[in-house]
Write a protein that binds this ligand. Structure first.
Ligand SMILES: Cc1cc2nc3c(=O)[nH]c(=O)nc-3n(C[C@H](O)[C@H](O)[C@H](O)COP(=O)(O)O)c2cc1C
Length: 345
């Protein structure tokens, strides 16, 4: 199937596996790329020393295009982006922050720049800065979910932005793929659906909790990491959502997260006391990551947070990434054929 995204990335199917931290492992990303979609690994939470290894691992598992994702808020993001550029990764996907500083370097080797957004303003800014495509993340999404539902967000961005759009949030089957096309998207990116896959890096408890939760069972709160995050609603996630952590708690958890993941916390501490705003933002993010790692990789939902989107309401089983891609394409074809009406204006 050809859409503007399949042509841009040189892939066969308009399905992207979101660059989920600790979940979108090289195995999962490569499996999605081998199935004809685009797999994206997450380098945000990897120290630069491990970023190149992760890229090499994907390359060992697939010859097809793949991507890397980085949240530009973290101190190591710039270094990891440069590592990915040096390795000529086909698709560089960044969230939070501009792409104009690295865009030309990516285009020089024929790579593509993919910017994750959740607002019209940021979608327009990404286009102005030379992004090749955007991911538009709606309210239904897992983790950093937007403010606006896909039904309103995707067409509003489509009306104002000319570059291809990938819809993210609430999509987990062929119905969602067809709906996304109808709204003006050129492809879909799915997180929660691929988190519940055989190749997923998520802990078995986290996967089971996703299967056991219905469409009403998530919440969205800014109090985990400073940006609204959608997660499975549990007694612990509800308690944490009730109030903002103190700066001391944030710093303590960020430090714990940094030492557990071998991240370097020194750039964070250097922000103090000149730039208290950045210190607050980074330590809050580290605080959130501490609890997310506990929930997603550790499978501890009693004292950890497990990000999942509202699409969990339609996910019933653990499939291989290849089956997920094939089933969605088959369902989409059936949905398209099953319309028993024609629209007569
Ligand atoms: C377990 C999990 C971890 C995630 N981690 C990240 C991340 O580190 N960076 C990021 O940009 N998005 C992350 N996401 C969000 C996805 O990129 C994507 O926006 C979202 O999953 C799309 O909505 P969906 O879950 O309804 O498909 C994560 C999603 C999940 C389910």
């Amino acid at each position: 199937m050809r859409t503007r995204i399949t042509s841009l990335f040189g892939i066969e199917k308009p399905i992207i596996c979101a660059g989920m931290s600790d979940v979108a492992t090289p195995e999962l990303a490569a499996a999605v790329s081998n199935a004809g979609g685009l797999g994206i690994i997450n380098l945000t939470t990897l120290p630069p020393s491990q970023a190149k290894q992760a890229i090499d691992k994907v390359r060992a598992l697939t010859e097809r295009p793949f991507g890397v994702n980085m949240t530009q808020l973290l101190p190591s993001a710039k270094e990891n982006i440069n590592i990915a550029i040096d390795a000529k990764v086909p698709v560089i996907n960044t969230a939070f922050g501009k792409c104009d500083w690295y865009r030309d370097k990516v285009h020089a080797y024929g790579g593509k720049v993919l910017v994750t957004t959740s607002t019209l303003k940021h979608a327009l800014a990404a286009q102005d800065q030379g992004a090749d495509a955007i991911i538009a993340t709606s309210y239904e999404a897992a983790a950093h979910a937007g403010e606006i539902g896909a039904m309103a967000l995707i067409p509003a961005i489509r009306d104002r932005v000319s570059i291809p759009i990938i819809a993210a949030g609430g999509i987990a089957d062929g119905r969602g793929l067809i709906a996304a096309f109808a709204l003006g998207a050129d492809a879909v990116s799915m997180g929660t659906r691929f988190m519940v896959s055989k190749e997923s890096g998520a802990h078995a408890n986290a996967i089971q909790a996703t299967l056991d939760t219905d469409v009403m069972g998530t919440l969205r709160s800014k109090n985990y990491d400073g940006v609204p995050v959608r997660a499975i609603s549990t007694p612990f996630s509800r308690k944490m959502a009730q109030r903002k952590p103190s700066l001391l708690t944030m710093l303590y958890r960020a430090q714990q997260y940094a030492s557990a993941t071998q991240s370097d916390i020194k750039p964070l501490l250097r922000e103090f006391p000149q730039n208290i705003k950045t210190l607050l933002a980074l330590s809050w993010l580290g605080h959130g990551l501490f609890y997310l790692v506990r929930g997603i990789s550790g499978g501890d939902l009693e004292t950890g947070i497990h990000t999942a989107g509202q699409s969990l309401g339609i996910i019933r089983n653990i499939e291989s990434a290849a089956d997920i891609v094939d089933n969605i394409m088959n369902e989409a074809a059936n949905v398209q054929q099953s319309f028993s009406f024609s629209v007569d204006p």
